[in-house]
Every structure is written in structure tokens, then in C-alpha cells.
Design a protein around this ligand. Structure first.
Ligand code: PMP
Length: 429
């Protein structure tokens, strides 16, 4: 295979390729990455960028990790893929056992799918089929938190924040869900009973038609990078039980240590009825997601009129993805991940704090390996990114949010280069 030079790749890219949330007629710059190793992205022109994004939060062990590479190679020599209908294999069986062991009890049934958004679709279908099986088919609406993000497919879009999400674009085509505000207070805020006024009222009023509450536990990611107190999550769990509504926790962004706990639900000591995992599940190597549910939900679904759960993607349980997920989870558990995340958290707190004094900055907040600088005005992505790249740093801000979610293996020195670059640049915004 002859390789293409940078100009040829750029021309083909501009002619044919969509990038995420982008225009094909006025495309923003796309940086040409040739290799990645550790926490470094290597550009075609030889420059290296320190990655503060972990490729949209999934590359927790960094890039080109020998253990993960070996896991894929070994599996590849056995089989890359085989259908999951009527067939099973060791990587999927091992992964299911690992996920059940690690996630809060009593989640013990696992549905594997391709991506985070699909795992959310699966979770919503599970909730609806469960209530059908209970003779309550009218329970098919969802209650979501404002400021949430759950993916780009249709049911997932319907539970994203109704203002900042895509509701205006697809009005009429999206299921009409209910929304309640999360606490505006941050992670450490003392309990305030007023947090439950709206959500408590809606649950009481709409319990008859509600299948589930869906939320991102503790950290709302792409909907605004906000953190809320564990006590709120605990109270929502109690309200769901009280009103006979299932709880779906979307831990696609928070799972596998990002917030300082293996799963963010642990901050509140709760377990959802249905749990979505993705992103860091494979250490950022391959696309894979999982939807876990309790035996009660699973048995309900299978006792219903269909007798089965009606979903079955072509690439369900892909062996390569399961093999690398197993290796990634083992690597994570064998590493001092709590200490690493605590160190990243402490460094982010110290080094991002000065940004809080800049005139253009509204707030700085940090939790686990997540650092957020919220600006007063939206930033121009292309301009800010060019300034960061000029300083050897890779971040992808959105709206008013400039944030870091680095690989857990980032060194103190690498992290300091990112925070220094941010400090220099944001001082002038
Ligand atoms: N839920 C949450 C909380 C997410 O952060 C994301 C992705 N940013 C998704 C769902 C959708 O995942 P995917 O992009 O893999 O479809």
C-alpha cells in the first residue's frame, strides 16, 4: 500500500469526509495525526501534542499500550469477529463476569453493543419492555435531568438537555420526555431539600406514564461539565423506588475511575436498575458498550409477551473489542489508579486555580481526573485550538467550556504543560 502525503489526505478529507458536528462546505481545520504513543499525538509535520482529552475521554491508559496491543493481536490470531446470535466466546463471557463483579450489585445481566448511544437506546428499550411485561405498557416516557447528554441517536437525543441538545432541530421527530433540573450547587454543597421540589413533583404526578429516570451520575459531561452532590443522586434513587420508576445510570463518561471512584454511583452508594457503560471500557481501542440490568428487570422482560429482549446488533460482543476491554480493565485494576487520579485532581486544582481570576473566566471546577474552566463567553474553537497546538497541547473545548480529561497515565510534567498553556492563553480572553 503506498502512503498518501499530507496534502493528498487533506484533499480527500475535505472532499468526502464528515467530521463530528461539522460542516462539509466550510470545514474547520483537521490536524493530521500519524501516530500516537503514551499521552502524545504525533502530527504529520513531526510536532507532538500532549493529549488532554484521552480521545473524548476513553484512552485512559494512553496510546499504543503494549498490553492492550498484545491482547488485540492475540485475539486477532484466533478470530476478529463472529456473530453472537447462537454463538458465544471466551472474551465476551469473561467481560460479562468482570463487569458484573465490578459494578454495584445487583446488576448482573449484560447486553453488549457497539457504542454509547446504542447502549442508551438498549437501556430505554429494556425499561419499556420491562413495564410492558408488568402489564403497564403506558409507562413509556423518560424523565431526564436538564443539562444532561446521552448520545446522538433518536431516543438518546430525546433525553439530552432540551435547550442545548438537538430538540429544536428534530422537533416533532423526538419522543417528548420530561425534564427536571439537577442541583445548581456543586459536588460538595450541603444538602438542600429544595433540590427535590421539581423532580419529586414530576415523579409524583407522572409515575403512571414514566418508565425510568435517566441521568449521568455526579458528572454531567457533554451537556455542560457540571458536578452535583451525591446526596441528590441518593434521593433520586429513593424517589424512583417510592414511585415505581426504574433508574437508568449513564456512566458512559464517568465509568472506570474518571471521577475518583470506579463508578460514579459509588459516591452515593446506590445502584441503578440499568447501567450504561462505554468509552473507557476498551481503554479507547475499539468501539464497545454495555448495558447492565438487574435480574428483576431481565426476568420481567423475558416474561413479557415477546419473551425475549428485542435488540441484536451485527457486531454484538465483537471478540476483538471484548478482548481489549478485558485487558484494559485488568490493566486498570492492577494499576494504582486511585492514587493517579488523586494526583491529577490535586494538580488540576492547584494549577487551574489561577484561571479563576481571569476576567473572561466564570468558574473553575475539578473532580477526579476532570478539570473544567468555564468561560463567560463561548470560545472560538478553531482559534483556541490553534493557540493550544502552537504550545504542543491537544484539547477540544466546546461552547464556554475549556476542559481536560487526560489519560490516567499522564505525567505531572505533561499535565503542567497543558495547564501552563491554558493559563497563558485564557489570561487574554
Ligand atoms: N452518554 C454519555 C454520558 C456520553 O458522554 C456519551 C458520549 N460523549 C454518550 C452517551 C454517547 O456515546 P457514543 O458517542 O459512544 O455514542
Amino acid at each position: 500500500m503506498t502512503s498518501l502525503n499530507a496534502a493528498e489526505i487533506d484533499a480527500l478529507d475535505r472532499a468526502h469526509l464528515w467530521h463530528p458536528y461539522s460542516s462539509l462546505t466550510a470545514p474547520p481545520p483537521a490536524y493530521l495525526v500519524r501516530r500516537a504513543r503514551g499521552c502524545l499525538l504525533e502530527l504529520d509535520d513531526g510536532r507532538t501534542l500532549i493529549d488532554g482529552m484521552a480521545s473524548w475521554w476513553c484512552a485512559i491508559h494512553g496510546y499504543n499500550h503494549p498490553t492492550l496491543n498484545a491482547a488485540i493481536s492475540e485475539q486477532l490470531s484466533a478470530m476478529a469477529h463472529v456473530m453472537f446470535g447462537g454463538i458465544t466466546h471466551e472474551p465476551a463471557a469473561r467481560l460479562a463476569a468482570q463487569l458484573v463483579a465490578l459494578t454495584p450489585a445487583p446488576l448482573d445481566k449484560v447486553f453488549l453493543s457497539d457504542s454509547g448511544s446504542v447502549s442508551v437506546e438498549v437501556a430505554i428499550k429494556m425499561a419499556l419492555q420491562y413495564w410492558q411485561s408488568q402489564g403497564q405498557p403506558q409507562k413509556r416516557r423518560l424523565l431526564a435531568l436538564r443539562g444532561g447528554y446521552h448520545g446522538d441517536t433518536f431516543a438518546a437525543m430525546s433525553v439530552c438537555d432540551p435547550v442545548t441538545g438537538m430538540h429544536h432541530l428534530f422537533a416533532g421527530a423526538l419522543a417528548e420526555q420530561l425534564f427536571a433540573p439537577p442541583p445548581t450547587a456543586g459536588f460538595d454543597a450541603p444538602w438542600d431539600p429544595a433540590w427535590l421540589n421539581d423532580i419529586g413533583h414530576q415523579l409524583a404526578t407522572h409515575a403512571d406514564e414514566l418508565a425510568a429516570v435517566i441521568l449521568e451520575p455526579i458528572v454531567q459531561g457533554a451537556g455542560g461539565m457540571r458536578f452535583y452532590p451525591p446526596a441528590f443522586l441518593r434521593a433520586v434513587r429513593e424517589l424512583c423506588d417510592q414511585h415505581g420508576v426504574l433508574l437508568i445510570a449513564d456512566e458512559i463518561a464517568t465509568g472506570f475511575g474518571r471521577t475518583g471512584k470506579l463508578f460514579a454511583c459509588e459516591w452515593a452508594g446506590i445502584s441503578p436498575d440499568i447501567l450504561c457503560l462505554g468509552k473507557a471500557l476498551t481503554g479507547g481501542y475499539l468501539t464497545l458498550a454495555a448495558t447492565l440490568c438487574t435480574t428483576q428487570v431481565a426476568e420481567g422482560i423475558c416474561s413479557g409477551s415477546a419473551g425475549v429482549f428485542m435488540h441484536g446488533p451485527t457486531f454484538m460482543g465483537n471478540p476483538l473489542a471484548c478482548a481489549v476491554a478485558n485487558a484494559s480493565i485488568e490493566l486498570l485494576l492492577a494499576s494504582p489508579w486511585q492514587a493517579r487520579i488523586a494526583a491529577i485532581e490535586a494538580q488540576l486544582r492547584e494549577e487551574l486555580a489561577p484561571c479563576g481570576d481571569f476576567p473572561g473566566v466564570a468558574e473553575v471546577r475539578v473532580l477526579g481526573a476532570i478539570g473544567v474552566v468555564e468561560m463567560k463567553q463561548p470560545v472560538d474553537l478553531a482559534t483556541l485550538q490553534a493557540e493550544l497546538v502552537a504550545r504542543g497541547v491537544w484539547l477540544r473545548p466546546f461552547g464556554r467550556l475549556v476542559y481536560l480529561m487526560p489519560p490516567y497515565v499522564i505525567s505531572g510534567e505533561e499535565l503542567a504543560r497543558i495547564t501552563t498553556a491554558l493559563g497563558e492563553i485564557l489570561a487574554h480572553y
